[in-house]
Design a protein around this ligand. Structure first.
Ligand code: MG
Length: 173
C-alpha cells in the first residue's frame, strides 16, 4: 500500500535538512529583506521570515530541497556513481542541474521569483556567498541554489503582497 506523506511532515523535514546543512530561516529572511527593502521602506524582517515559512509550505519547494540536499550529502560521502559523483562533488560549472531544480521550484511564484533567483545566482547575496565558497570537503552544490530559490520565492511573495495592499480592489489569482 502506498504511504501518503503529509505536507507538514515534509515541510519540517526540509527545514531540518536546511538547519543540518548550516542554513537558518532567519538567514534566508535576511536575503529577502535586502532584495525587497528598496521597494518597501516599511518592510520588517518578521514579514520576510513569515514569507519564507509560507514558501516552505509549498510541495514543489519542499521536494526540491529534499532532493538537492540528499544529493549534496551523498556526494560528500562519496556514495554516488561516477561520473555523477565527481560532477557534483567538484561543483562543476557546466553541470547546471542544481540551478535547473532551483529555477523549476521558483516557477511556482512567477516571473519575479525566477528573475530574482537569477540575480541571487549571479551576486550570491548573504549566506549564499558563504555556501558557494564552502570549506574543505563540504559539498553545497545544490544547497546554494536551493537557498536562492527559497529567498527568491519569498521576495516575490512580499512584492505581490505589497501590490495587493496598494491596490486593494485588485483580485489576485
Ligand atoms: Mg550550485
Amino acid at each position: 500500500m502506498k504511504k501518503r506523506v503529509e505536507s507538514s511532515v515534509v515541510k519540517e523535514a526540509a527545514i531540518q535538512k536546511l538547519l543540518e546543512r548550516g542554513v537558518t530561516l532567519e538567514e534566508i529572511a535576511q536575503i529577502v529583506y535586502e532584495m525587497q527593502i528598496p521597494y518597501n521602506p516599511d518592510l520588517t524582517l518578521e514579514t520576510c521570515l513569515d514569507s519564507v515559512h509560507k514558501v516552505l509550505g509549498k510541495r514543489e519547494i519542499q521536494h526540491a530541497i529534499l532532493v538537492g540536499i540528499e544529493l549534496d550529502i551523498l556526494a560528500e560521502k562519496g556514495l554516488l556513481s561516477e561520473p555523477l559523483q565527481s560532477l557534483i562533488a567538484s561543483d562543476e560549472g557546466l553541470f547546471g542541474i542544481d540551478e535547473t531544480i532551483a529555477v523549476g521550484a521558483s516557477f511556482v511564484y512567477g516571473s519575479i521569483a525566477v528573475t530574482t533567483f537569477g540575480h541571487l545566482d549571479k551576486y550570491k547575496t548573504g549566506i549564499i556567498k558563504k555556501l558557494d565558497t564552502k570549506a574543505g570537503s563540504k559539498v553545497n552544490t545544490f544547497l546554494d541554489d536551493l537557498v536562492g530559490a527559497v529567498a527568491a520565492c519569498a521576495a516575490s511573495r512580499v512584492a505581490h503582497q505589497l501590490r495587493d495592499i496598494d491596490s486593494p480592489v485588485e483580485v489576485s489569482p
